[in-house]
Design a protein around this ligand. Structure first.
Ligand code: CTP
Ligand code: CA
Length: 226
């Protein structure tokens, strides 16, 4: 209906969202990863789309279907997620990093399947992955950049540290130690931490929370983009 477009919080904006886990290969048949379901990132992609944005969803391997009317880029490793995040970044207005990126990857990927040896203890050598959201936040002509923080204690103070360290505009802080919320569950509760704001959104379904979050994020973003 006429006039509806003007009222949508993100109409005409381009939003990149990272989601899901990354997989860091060890050999042709094995990898290191985590339990991220991708549900929060996918729900945010749908909410941003419904708020009028053009959405690029950069996703690690998950078992949920790609949202309709969202550009979906499938990746495996953190390096691939970084490359996909930097592609076309100059056209991105708002970047939301909901992915659970593996902090480390094996130093090298064995060409052939690693065979079991006689030793009882096996050592793996890992190297730090690039920080995708911090790289985006440091880019020239950067988008408004929102990160997540998965914490098991001192949620707000760790989130404030991450906000400053990664030079982000907002952090969605998640207490992953609380039962029934976060990582692999259908519900979540978060605290939205900005440079001088703290707002708690109570526990609810991820779809509902994603809509509330996109509303709040759009409000902060529109203030910044004025
Ligand atoms: N993140 C990222 N690239 C990485 C690691 C994390 O883009 N290599 C992003 C996540 O998508 C999230 C934010 O950084 O938006 C915070 O992730 P988190 O794991 O909570 O923080 P880390 O900086 O990795 O610190 P730590 O795991 O030690 O708490
Ligand atoms: Ca981490």
């Amino acid at each position: 209906c006429a006039g509806q477009f003007e009222t949508l919080a993100l109409s005409g904006r381009t939003v990149f969202i990272t989601a899901g886990p990354t997989r860091e290969a060890l050999d042709p048949v094995r990898y290191i990863s985590n339990h991220s379901s991708g549900k929060m990132g996918y729900a945010l992609a749908e909410a941003a789309r419904d708020a009028g944005a053009r959405v690029k969803l950069i996703t690690g391997p998950v078992s949920i279907a790609a949202p309709e009317r969202v550009e979906c880029i499938r990746v495996e490793s953190a390096q691939q997620m970084l490359d996909a995040s930097l592609t076309g970044l100059s056209g991105c207005d708002l970047f939301i990093a909901a992915a659970a990126v593996a902090d480390y990857r094996p130093v090298s990927i064995a060409e052939h399947k690693i065979k079991k040896g006689s030793e009882e203890i096996m050592e793996l050598h890992l190297v730090k992955n690039p920080d995708i959201v911090a790289t985006v936040a440091a880019a020239e002509d950067r988008p408004y950049t929102v990160g997540f923080a998965a914490e098991t204690r001192d949620v707000v103070s760790y989130a404030q540290n991450k906000l400053a360290r990664k030079k982000l505009d907002l952090i969605v802080a998640n207490d992953v130690s609380a039962p029934g919320i976060g990582f692999n569950s259908d519900e979540n509760a978060v605290t939205l931490v900005g440079p001088d704001s703290i707002e708690t959104l109570p526990q609810t379904h991820k779809q509902q929370l994603a809509r509330q979050l996109i509303n709040r994020i759009a409000r902060h973003f529109n203030e910044y983009a004025k």
